[in-house]
Each structure stands twice: as C-alpha cells, then as structure tokens.
Write a protein that binds this ligand. Structure first.
Ligand code: SF4
Length: 279
C-alpha cells in the first residue's frame, strides 16, 4: 500500500497489526496476494461436531410459535425500532438467542440515531456477540477496530466537524444456532430492521462485510449477484438507499486468510477516497 494517506505512527502500527504493509513507491516493491477464495461460513470457527449436534437439536426441537413482525417498521423512530428488535419473535432464531444484537456506534442523544458518516454491515451475530449483545467482539472485533483505527475512526467516537462517526450492525439481529448460514426466510424477516436503521442513520458510506451482507444490500441492484464470485464484487461503488456501498471481506474470513488483509485495506481506501471525493 503506497502511503498517500499521510499516516502517523499509530495508524501505521494499526495497519501493521492488520498485516498491511505500507511502503514508499521509491524504496520498496509492493507485495499483493492475488488469490480469491470464497466465503463459506459467516463465522468459520465452528467444529463439525458442533454443527452436527446442532442439526440434531434443531430437528427434534418443536418449531417455535412465530409472532408476526409489527407493521410500520419504516415509520419507527430509533428507540422504538430498538425496542421492537429486542422483543422480536418473527423468525425461529428468537428461540435460541441469548440476546438480540441491534448494533453499536457513536454516542447519540437519548432515543435518537447516532450521527455517523460510516455504517459497517456484517452478517450475523456469532457466539460471543450473542452472549454480549454486541456486534463484532473478540478477535474479529479487534481486527475491525484496527481497521477503523487505520482509517482514523473508532467504533464509539463521535462525528466531528471533520466527519467520522461509525455505526456497526448486522443483517440478522439474532445468532443462527451453531453459526450456520442464515436461511433466506430469516434474512427476509429481519431485513426491514436494517433498512430502517440505514434510513435513520443516513450514513454517507456503507461498508458491506461478507456475502450475506452483500446479498442483503445489493440483491435488488446487482444482476446475477448470487452467481458472482465474491472477489469480483470488490473494487466498485454500489448504491443502497442512495448511500454508496463498498464490498469487502468479513474480518472473520480475514483472520482465516491473513493474506487478504491488503485487499481489505484497498477496499477501505476506495471507500475513503469516494467519501472524500463526494464531499
Ligand atoms: S433474526 Fe431478526 S426477524 Fe428473526 S427473531 Fe431475530 S430480530 Fe426477529
């Protein structure tokens, strides 16, 4: 990565932590790994045994009674939306969750959506997220924090006159058991909550992390999305609710494929450059 961003020592250290090398074009030759590998699991740390056990448990468990999602999500204010998600039983994931995971981000006035330039959209809560009720925790969260730090952002920092402010949310607000992939009907049930979050947050840039985030956000605007290899979706700026969207790899995937860190940094640079150019 050529250092055209005038990074200070701390940001360089964060990039080093991410495994991204910063070099001067006069002194070093870039090293980029060109391999593209598909994402198979949103949180790929599940032992096969756990999945099998969970599949049996799912099979013998009686189907929960689903309570229909309330009408008028598209009119809800932030606190009503948050309360509604906390009590949601609109899909079977409500029966196995410990907590709903609404999102975290910049500080906000009571009951109001935080003012942010950036929205990070992940896929589904994992085990730790489910326990803590927060998205992107543990090692995955640490890597995301390092990425944000390298962008001179933080997950809880307020938006200033120079911009900034981040909110982090997932497509699904409840954890699929055993970290299995979300089912289409679960995504369909949950997506109106994210749609409303976007409408209330009014971010200037969305970073979509992972296949299920990309499918949820771009399914109406990108033809043949499902058949397109994930890596080929990178490197362009899309639109969702008139907000620019950049696609990158999920930090959980990057932790398993460390050579992809440079690509994530390239994607984040694309997002920063686009945001700067549109101001
Ligand atoms: S995943 Fe979404 S739709 Fe399903 S119960 Fe949780 S909040 Fe409701």
């Amino acid at each position: 990565m050529t250092d055209t961003l005038h990074l200070d020592q701390r940001q360089r250290a964060m990039l080093a932590e991410m495994g991204v090398r910063v070099w001067s074009p006069l002194s070093e030759t870039p090293v980029m790994d060109a391999a593209v590998v598909e994402i198979e699991q949103p949180h790929g740390f599940v032992a096969a045994g756990e999945l099998a056990t969970q599949a049996i448990a799912d099979a013998i468990k009686p189907a929960p009674i689903l309570i229909q999602r309330p009408d008028g999500i598209d009119q809800m204010d932030w606190s009503t939306l948050h309360t509604t998600v906390s009590g949601c039983q609109a899909c079977s994931l409500c029966s196995s969750r410990q907590h709903t995971v609404f999102g975290v981000g910049a500080p906000a006035a009571d009951g109001q959506a935080p003012q942010v330039d950036w929205l990070i959209v992940g896929e589904t809560p994992g085990e730790e997220e489910d326990l803590q009720g927060k998205p992107f925790v543990g090692q995955v969260g640490q890597l995301l924090d390092n990425m944000l730090g390298a962008m001179k952002l933080s997950r809880t920092g307020a938006r200033t006159a120079e911009g900034g402010g981040v909110y982090i949310a997932n497509v699904l607000k409840c954890r699929p058991p055993g970290n299995r992939n979300p089912k289409p009907e679960e995504v369909a049930q949950c997506l109106p909550y994210l749609e409303r979050q976007v409408a209330l947050l009014k971010p200037k840039m969305i970073v979509a992390m992972g296949r299920f985030a990309v499918q949820a956000l771009l399914r109406d605007s990108v033809p043949e999305l499902e058949g397109t290899p994930y890596g080929k979706l990178r490197g362009r700026v899309y639109q969702y609710q008139n907000v620019p969207v950049v696609v990158t790899y999920h930090p959980a995937y990057v932790l398993r494929n460390l050579s992809e860190k440079a690509k994530v940094w390239a994607d984040l640079c694309l997002a920063m450059a686009h945001l700067k150019g549109s101001e």
